[in-house]
Design a protein around this ligand. Structure first.
Ligand SMILES: C[S@@+](CC[C@H](N)C(=O)[O-])C[C@H]1O[C@@H](n2cnc3c(N)ncnc32)[C@H](O)[C@@H]1O
Length: 388
């Protein structure tokens, strides 16, 4: 490249993202990503520098950005990617300190131009290009931190999940935070939440992901170790019966933990004093397989598809009612557009008061009338019996 200044300056009007990677000795950051941001009505540029797994952010107008590039970046990174709306260009550092253009490519986006326009409109809390290297290992990001096309819907979901957490946690001063993820699977969510709390917000996070599958747990532990995430670990466990860590927690999350695994997670959260619960259930089979006709709802039990939907709704309605009686303020919210996932309901709960018994009798009566079992209700009842 003639000079970094000239190329960067020419790219700014259409800039989607610039990435400075492979730092040389003396570079201040391991990696720097620059992208346009809206501040009020103006467009500015935000530089994100990563050092010791922490993100540092600076906002610049175009002049200040070019000065920052000249003083802090030029000649200090072996590789530069300049991504514009029409394509991307790569540069590599020569021995003489100048840059050579090594490639130019068009930039196909998942979903094409419409998706691009939409993505630009909606700025995610964790934008595409955010430096979360663990996600490259997990196959969600390409090595230049773009979302792998096949993982686009998943990324959308977890981003939304983090946004909803941010609604609750953005007001809080960072401190110690113990988090559990039940049925973490490949743990995209777990890693992103860890990144959000530990790297982006500076919480002192202690996080465990539980799953049945030994191979994914082993892989996730290896990725956590690779990035020095010493307080993030994964354990093989059947959350419905194995012995789990027995200590106070602050936050419990589940994303599509199968069927009653969600109930065991909610029960664990309550018993271990979790202040916050964010739970997106899935495959609510339990009531569907036990419910029988018995009252006014019989009309909804005649057809299989209605019975299945009613059972799923009843399951989550009972979970919400039980949590309310156990002292939580509960919202059931649409977690993501139905077109992106039919499993789109989130139970969001925050512990605010002492337990009381208001909803439980109605839930028990429903279970009795229609002959179904619901695990959270049963676990709560058995805890009450043990205590009394
Ligand atoms: C649909 S996957 C979701 C994985 C991950 N949370 C995500 O959203 O990508 C459900 C996961 O729950 C795990 N799971 C189901 N029942 C479980 C149980 N009783 N104990 C622990 N994990 C369980 C499964 O092994 C699976 O990995």
């Amino acid at each position: 490249m003639p000079a970094l200044q000239t190329e960067l300056s020419a790219a700014l009007p259409q800039l989607v993202k610039a990435v400075f990677s492979q730092p040389m000795e003396g570079a201040e950051y391991a990696r720097v990503t620059i992208r346009p941001v809206k501040i009020g009505r103006d467009t500015a540029f935000q530089a994100e520098g990563i050092r010791d797994n922490k993100a540092f952010h600076f906002n610049f107008d175009s002049g200040a950005l070019l000065r920052f590039a000249a003083n802090t970046l030029d000649g200090r990174y072996r590789q530069i990617l300049l991504m514009q709306s029409e394509g991307a260009a790569q540069y590599v550092l020569r021995r003489d300190g100048t840059y050579k253009k090594s490639g130019k490519s068009s930039v196909p986006r998942p979903g094409g131009d419409a998706a691009l326009a939409h993505n630009r409109e909606k700025r995610y809390l964790l934008a595409e290009g955010e430096n979360i290297p663990a996600l490259v290992d997990l196959g969600v990001f390409t090595p230049d931190m773009r979302i792998v096309k096949a993982k686009y819907d998943k990324y959308r979901q977890i981003n939304r999940f983090v946004e909803l957490n941010d609604d609750s946690f953005s007001k809080l001063e960072p401190g110690k935070l113990t988090v559990m993820d039940f049925g973490c699977g490949k743990s995209y969510l777990t890693f992103i939440l860890y990144y959000y709390f530990a790297v982006k917000r500076g919480f002192d996070v202690d996080m465990i992901g539980y799953d049945l599958k030994a191979d994914v747990v082993e892989r996730c532990n290896a990725v956590a170790a690779k990035y020095g995430y010493s307080s993030l670990r994964f354990e093989v466990a059947d959350v419905s019966r194995d012995k789990l860590a027995d200590r106070q927690i602050d936050l419990l999350v589940t994303l599509h933990a199968c069927d009653t695994a969600t109930d065991y997670a909610l029960d664990y959260a309550v018993r271990h004093g979790a202040k916050y619960i964010f739970s997106v259930p899935c495959c609510q089979h339990e009531i569907n397989s036990s419910i029988r006709k018995g009252g006014d709802l019989d009309i909804l039990l005649k057809h299989g598809i209605l019975k299945e939907r009613l059972s799923a709704l009843l399951t989550d309605a009972i979970r919400a009612d039980v949590l309310e009686d156990l002292g939580y303020a509960v919202d059931l919210i649409e977690f993501i557009d139905f077109e992106h996932s039919p499993k789109n309901l989130m139970i969001r709960a925050e512990r605010r008061r002492a337990p009381r018994e208001k909803n439980l009798p109605r839930c028990r009566e429903l279970a009795e009338t229609y002959g179904f079992t619901q695990t959270l209700l049963s676990l709560t009842d058995s805890a009450e019996t043990t205590e009394s």
